[in-house]
Design a protein around this ligand. Sequence first.
Ligand code: NI
Length: 159
Amino acid sequence: MAIRQIRVIGDEILTKPCKPVKEMNDRTRELIGDMFETMYASNGCGLAAPQVGIRKRLVVIDVDDENQYVLINPEILETSGSQTGPEGCLSVPGKQGQVTRADHVKVRALNEDMEEQVIEAEGLLARCILHECDHLDGKLYVDLVEGALADVEMGETEE
Ligand code: NI
């Protein structure tokens, strides 16, 4: 495994829609491992493939609930409720802002074995899933921020 370079805001790849993953292969397995390693090295709780320069519909998430999530070709089935809180992104280093998102989400995706899974999530995990899925459509949280982006101390959890 290896740590990959994280693309930052201003990089065109972060604004483009990503393509579905058609099959699992060694290259994609390596990408998944590298994405987890890259995310942990930066104290993030989620990372989407375009953030490491790959235009594929693939995200990894670990919000410290003792689960690692790999979501391939994710599809949001349902959202409900509302939560407002601070959000950050590894592609927007050193910043955070207040974002309102659904508090509950139901998502269907393939796992690393290309098996279908349906995940229901609330709170931080729901926020993270929605944030990462936005990356796959070329959207960044900065466009959802209420008020101004604020500076954060390095080392805080970012997505
Ligand atoms: Ni992000």
